[in-house]
Design a protein around this ligand. Structure first.
Ligand SMILES: [Zn+2]
Ligand SMILES: [Zn+2]
Length: 133
């Protein structure tokens, strides 16, 4: 298990047992929505409220510790902030996976064609996962 306490402090976040648990769960699942996270938290913290989960998640998103993953037709999922990556989504089972690709050539192409400065790249690829194929 990683030292999430120290990691939280680096982001100026208080390392509460609930937060450590949340981060472990997010790391384990890769991406998780609030409802699933809440269900799992209740096993260890029976008195935790959904509002508390939201409050903690929002604080961690604000500090950049967590990132939101918004996928149309799906509940917003959360993941630990990682290096830039694309998301693969299975249209059959809804699996969501990270795929680390080099987006620099896409960015260069877009900058050249549009003259924009790019702040953020969100890449989502839909397909059928190996399990569903
Ligand atoms: Zn699938
Ligand atoms: Zn991801």
């Amino acid at each position: 298990m990683k030292d999430y306490g120290a990691l939280l402090k680096k982001y100026h976040l208080k390392a509460t047992p609930q937060r450590i648990y949340m981060i472990n769960e997010i790391e384990k699942k890769g991406h998780i929505n609030i409802d699933d996270l809440y269900e799992s938290l209740k096993k260890s913290f029976p008195y935790i409220s959904l509002a508390t989960v939201y409050k903690n998640i929002n604080a961690m998103v604000e500090n950049g510790f967590l990132s939101e993953v918004k996928i149309p037709k799906m509940k917003t999922k959360y993941e630990l902030t990682k290096n830039e990556h694309a998301h693969l989504i299975c249209t059959k089972c809804g699996a969501l996976e990270d795929i680390f690709i080099d987006t620099q050539c896409i960015k260069d192409d877009i900058i050249q064609k549009s003259g924009y400065t790019i702040e953020k790249t969100l890449i989502k690829i839909e397909g059928i996962c190996p399990k569903c194929r």
